[in-house]
Design a protein around this ligand. Structure first.
Ligand SMILES: Nc1ncnc2c1ncn2[C@@H]1O[C@H](COP(=O)(O)OP(=O)(O)OP(=O)(O)O)[C@@H](O)[C@H]1O
Length: 273
């Protein structure tokens, strides 16, 4: 369902030199030589410290960014070349940002999503009824998005991402800022979606409770490279003397997830501007 072969993404940045007002070009390798595949129906946690390359990977998977190296396929498509077609096969939720229309009632945002994805009216009504019930949207369906609480808005965003019934769902920190009750409800929904519908889910999170409760596979990225790929049990086995999963994961993180910038002239020509 998701396949990466030697995928890399670098950015050219300008950084200060020691000399006043002088800046030189440098290259940040946000993601390096990343290879993995995710099979249909897997629920994968994609972890890493701040700046490790998680969002960059997701942006490449959804076609927002083009890889500077390697080959990537999602639902059989090259995301950067077939972004519009891919949009019909993938649902994406960024926890820190909404894709809903800020001034419109939630229900109207869903109607726009229906038009964008060309979902026929009957199928839409049926899916919306189902999502409204499962995500408990009824009480705020007619409220403008800007007036929703974070938890309500997140449920709205997830419903919007699923209205076209995509086989793949990519979630970037979906539980960020949610209270324990909202978090539990969202986890229950995602778990059911994966188990009942077989939706493939890739989730980035800093909340290891999400991983323990939801994921049958965990990948850890650090400084742009994959440093772990296995089950939650395999993950625990990397540090059997640690009692909490937070401590196990902290051991895996090298303490500086962000790739250091290198001077541009030392590098090859395959660098994005
Ligand atoms: N557009 C950009 N231009 C320059 N550097 C970038 C750009 N986007 C990301 N980076 C750099 O790439 C690296 C990886 O960033 P990314 O956002 O993918 O990390 P992340 O794992 O999602 O971090 P976080 O957990 O903090 O959200 C960082 O060093 C970041 O500064």
């Amino acid at each position: 369902m998701i396949e990466l072969e030697g995928v890399g993404r670098s950015f050219t940045v300008r950084r200060r030199t020691g000399r006043l007002l002088r800046r030189e070009k440098a290259v940040v390798h946000a993601v390096r030589d990343l290879s993995f595949s995710v099979a249909p129906g897997e629920f994968v946690g994609y972890l890493g410290p701040n700046g490790a390359g998680k969002s960059t990977t997701i942006k490449m998977m959804t076609g927002i960014l083009t890889p500077t190296e390697g080959r990537l396929r999602v639902a059989g498509l090259d995301p950067s070349r077939r972004r519009t077609v891919l949009a019909r096969r993938i649902g994406v939720v960024f926890g820190q940002r909404t894709t809903l229309w800020w001034d419109l009632p939630l229900r109207d945002s869903f109607e726009l999503v229906r038009h964008l994805y060309k979902v026929d009216r009957n199928t839409f009504r049926q899916r919306l009824d189902e999502l409204t019930e499962l995500l408990e949207l009824t009480s705020f369906l007619h409220t403008p998005v800007r007036q929703l609480s974070l938890g309500q808005r997140m449920r709205g965003d997830i419903a919007a991402a699923l209205l076209h019934a995509p086989p793949v769902l990519v979630l970037d920190e979906p539980t960020i800022g949610l209270d324990v009750v909202s978090k539990a409800a969202l986890r229950a929904f995602l778990s059911e979606l994966n188990a009942e519908r077989g939706t493939t889910v890739l989730l980035t999170t800093h909340d290891l409770g999400d991983v323990e409760r939801l994921c049958n596979r965990v990948m850890v990225i650090d400084q742009g490279r994959l440093s772990f790929d296995g089950t939650v049990e395999d993950l625990r086995a990397t540090a059997p003397d640690e009692s909490s999963i937070e401590d196990v994961v902290a051991r895996l993180y090298t303490g500086g997830g962000t790739a250091a910038a290198e001077p541009a002239q030392q590098l090859g020509s395959s660098v994005a501007q």
